[in-house]
Design a protein around this ligand. Structure first.
Ligand code: CA
Length: 380
């Protein structure tokens, strides 16, 4: 075993030990494998002391999503025996929340935690790093990124176009379709509706006749309450309840077809990455894996309670989008992808691979996975 393989094994063992430790009710830092790795780092005199800043797109109040950056940073610190420190900073502290990629690209900050689809203005290809409407769920997204070449393709694009390397580091799971002040009975009801929905979902909604608005999280409640907008999407029960949308609109729709499993990611300036010792690179990869798993687990643990609270405290109606809305939205989404593919070669080459993967995984998940989920949902 060469040094690289040894380091990789230590990192994988640490990540595995951490997960086993969680299952046994331990915190991450108490696992023997993590301690072994930290001791190895501490005793290696060749390893430098580093102190990085991490710009994020998140307010501190969104503890699950900002928590992804915290888990990542904490694990890098623990696994390096305290030698490699990363400090996550809330949106606006270092740079505005939607400027993280730019800051990392320019080297103004060493790393960031963000959603790549905030940067579709730079290239629509960035959407694949987070989510495309009618794209992949959390499980499917991880399979595509980690095991079907998706991350490798995306890393090539980021290296060439932005001088950045990225790793998945969080997921919200399928989001909700958002809050509406009237019932949506068919596609016709979307005509002229004023909705807060950013990104590609907004571009698809616009094709369906929706008047799209993009507002930051802190301004949505008032806009919905005053009738300045008729509908708004955010994330899901846990985050939505905090922002109080149920006090301003009573129809809560699902699913958020524009965000079936959005991945959040750690972005690192490529020069900074290339200068890291091999052990630190392995630690960063392991910490990002952990953040990716833990954020999804936290949402899955917190959303059921939050939804029950929303239902018990207010008179909300939980409704699925009508079939014709779903079908027209999917058709409009793929028409949009064809437009992007015609003008962006990177988008086209990734779309071709992604479309094949999506068909295969959706077909497979249509059997055992869907059957168990449907059976469970019917019997609760
Ligand atoms: Ca959303």
């Amino acid at each position: 075993m060469n040094r690289r393989e040894f380091l990789s094994n230590v990192a994988v063992k640490a990540a595995g030990g951490a997960i086993a430790g969680l299952a046994a009710g331990c915190s991450f830092s108490q696992t023997p494998a993590a301690e072994e790795m930290a001791e190895a780092a501490q005793s290696d005199q060749s390893l430098p002391e580093l102190s990085w800043q991490c710009a994020t797109s998140w307010p501190l109040g969104l503890d699950t999503i900002f928590g992804g950056a915290q888990v990542f940073a904490e694990r890098v610190g623990v696994l390096s025996g305290g030698k490699f420190k990363i400090e996550p900073r809330a949106a606006g502290e270092l740079v505005p929340g939607l400027e993280v990629l730019n800051a990392v690209q320019e080297g103004a900050v060493q790393c960031g935690h963000t959603a790549s689809y905030y940067y579709i203005g730079k290239s629509p290809v960035t959407a694949f790093g987070t989510a495309l409407p009618f794209g992949l769920t959390d499980r499917q997204q991880n399979a595509w990124l980690y095991e079907a070449g998706g991350l490798e393709m995306m890393q090539d694009v980021y290296a060439n176009r932005f001088g950045v390397i990225q790793f998945p580091a969080g997921n919200t799971g399928v989001q909700m379709g958002g809050w509406f002040n009237k019932e949506i009975t068919s596609l016709a009801d979307l005509q002229g509706l004023k909705m807060r929905i950013p990104g590609l979902g907004g571009q698809v909604m616009a094709k369906l006749g929706v008047t799209v608005q993009v507002l930051p999280g802190g301004e949505i409640f008032q806009a919905l309450q005053t009738g300045a907008i008729d509908a708004a999407e955010w994330v899901g029960p846990y985050d939505d309840e905090k922002l109080g949308f149920h006090k301003a609109a009573s129809f809560y729709y699902y699913p958020g077809w524009w965000e079936p499993g959005p991945t959040l990611e750690v972005q690192i300036n490529l020069n900074e990455w290339n200068n890291l010792p091999e052990l630190y690179k392995e630690i960063v990869k392991s910490a990002a894996y952990e953040a990716n798993i833990i954020m999804m687990a936290r949402y899955d643990a917190k959303n059921p309670t939050a939804l029950a609270k929303l239902q018990s405290e207010s008179d909300i109606q939980l409704l699925p989008f009508p079939d014709d809305v779903m079908a027209a939205s999917e058709e409009a989404s793929f028409a949009l992808y064809d437009e992007f593919a015609a003008s962006d070669a990177d988008f086209k080459s990734i779309l071709d691979e992604w479309t094949v993967f999506r068909s295969a995984i959706q077909s497979w998940h249509g059997y055992a996975e869907t059957a168990m989920l449907n059976y469970g949902a019917r019997n609760t």
